[in-house]
Design a protein around this ligand. Structure first.
Ligand code: C2O
Ligand code: CU
Length: 465
């Protein structure tokens, strides 16, 4: 992957929307959705699964007749899916052969701080690092990606992202779709140069916006489905583009989980699902509602016209159904009393000399500064006050939170479970309650619009034992 070429392209900093040369001729729904490879552990016992992954350049076949240089886990774009089980540790030996200093963050994971992928905690190129993931939290759709300080907008864009599906044997009670009927779908936007390489353009204001939507690394693909229930796990792994996902003809998707796992109470029927960068949503879609031969388009209803087709489901045959739509999901959990309240203004600041940055609470990211020292085992109440005209998907490492209110109103039903990333829309105020259970130590929190997080909308908390 040629970062120099990208640096030249990004030299001209503009927020103008530029259509890339190569992407216009390609129609959507030409390719079957890629089924992402699942990583196989080198060794596995009841307590521990061990993997080896190499971060290195590779190529992806995205556009007809062209090869796209990428930087990927095992050289793959998207990276291999890790399937983990609650209560069984996963260790991943990450070998860095990328030519750059990188690290790995398990997004949504609960890990000790030394395994979290703090932006300053590098794996120098040519070296390796063992990451230990205890898998002690709830089952959920997690993902892993690079978190190199100031460069995540390039490394994520170059291809360093993969799913990490944390399963819980107790979820069997829900009779959810399994195996090929449980499908992780990674949504990203890209633009292309005429030679097929990714085309990056730096935009500090809105973050990168590409003109072409990829799902699991294929341009707006189609997916052949049977007339049965599918579990679709959507992840927005884009740098900065938000989506609003809607099935054709206003058909329903039944949401069962969000970032932090299963929703409490009943599943939520939705016709429109907003998904900000790094957010995940697990839905059930019952394709028995459609006849064989139906083609059901999944639309994105925000942004430019070229980004409106996300993928298409082609109902190709009948099927015997074993799954069902559960009536009741997770138990509701009581949080401890709020121990401390903090308020975080989110602002865009012009600097002397003409450059600008994004700030949390009047500051940019500094390794030296600790912005909060919550006590382990407590709940705090944090208020994001967005004083800017852009949306900030605010993410906490190491812990989960509940959304208390959005501009004084209760959150939408799909956001009432555990979250690790929440959309803070322009000029709005979002109140959350992080629960500092699990480990103590230093973690970051930041905006997950990659360009914002890198420049430098990121703070640090040190959870006190
Ligand atoms: Cu997806 Cu700091 O994380
Ligand atoms: Cu932001």
């Amino acid at each position: 992957f040629d970062f120099d070429k990208k640096a030249r392209i990004s030299g001209k900093k503009t927020s103008a929307y530029v259509r890339s040369a190569a992407s216009t001729p390609f129609d959507p729904f030409q390719r079957d959705v890629p089924i992402l490879p699942v990583a196989t552990p080198g060794s596995a016992t009841k307590q521990l699964e061990q993997y080896v992954i190499t971060m290195k350049p590779g190529t992806a076949d995205i556009l007809p007749g062209l090869h796209t240089p990428v930087l990927g886990y095992n050289g793959l774009y998207p990276g291999p899916t890790i399937k983990a089980t609650r209560g069984r540790e996963v260790q991943i030996r990450q070998i860095n052969q990328s030519g750059r200093d990188l690290n790995v963050h398990l997004h949504g994971g609960v890990t000790e701080p030394q395994f979290d992928g703090h932006p300053h905690d590098f794996i120098p190129t040519g070296t390796e690092r063992l990451y230990k993931y205890p898998n002690i939290a709830r089952s959920a759709t997690l993902w892993y990606h690079d978190h190199a300080h100031g460069e995540t907008h390039l490394t994520l864009f170059a291809g360093l992202a993969g799913f990490y599906l944390l399963d819980d044997p107790n979820d069997k009670q829900f009779d959810l779709p399994q195996g090929e009927y449980d499908v992780p779908l990674m949504i990203q936007d890209r633009s292309f140069n005429a030679d097929g390489s990714f085309r990056y353009r730096f935009d500090l204001d809105r973050g990168f916006r590409g003109d072409t939507i990829l799902v699991n690394g294929a341009v707006a693909p189609r997916m052949k489905v049977e007339r049965r229930i599918y579990r679709l796990r959507f992840l927005n792994a884009s740098n900065a583009r938000p989506y609003k996902l809607e099935l054709g003809n206003g058909r329903k998707m039944i949401q069962i989980a969000s970032d932090g796992g299963m929703l409490p109470g009943k599943p939520v029927a939705r016709t429109s699902i907003p998904l900000e960068p790094a957010e995940r949503v697990d839905v059930l879609v019952d394709f028995r509602d459609f006849g064989v031969g139906s083609k059901v388009i999944l639309h994105n209803t925000v942004g430019e016209a070229s980004t409106s087709a996300v993928m298409r489901f082609d109902v190709v045959k009948g099927g015997a159904e074993e799954a069902r739509i559960p009536k009741q999901l997770a138990e509701d959990e009581e949080l401890p009393e709020v121990n401390m309240e903090r308020s975080w203004p989110l602002t865009f600041e012009g600097l002397a000399g003409g450059s600008s940055v994004w700030h949390i609470a009047g500051g940019g990211f500094s390794e030296e500064r600790i912005d909060a020292k919550p006590r382990q085992g407590t709940t705090e109440q944090w208020t994001w006050v967005n004083q800017s005209d852009r949306t900030h998907p605010m993410h906490l490492h190491g812990y989960h939170f509940r959304v208390v209110s959005v501009d004084g109103q209760p959150p939408s039903p799909g956001d009432r479970g555990w979250k690790d990333t929440v959309a803070v829309y322009p000029r709005s105020t979002v109140v959350i309650r992080p629960y500092f259970d699990y480990f103590s130590g230093r973690y970051v929190f930041h905006c997950h619009a990659a360009e914002h997080g890198d420049m430098s909308m990121m703070g640090q908390m040190e959870v006190q034992a």
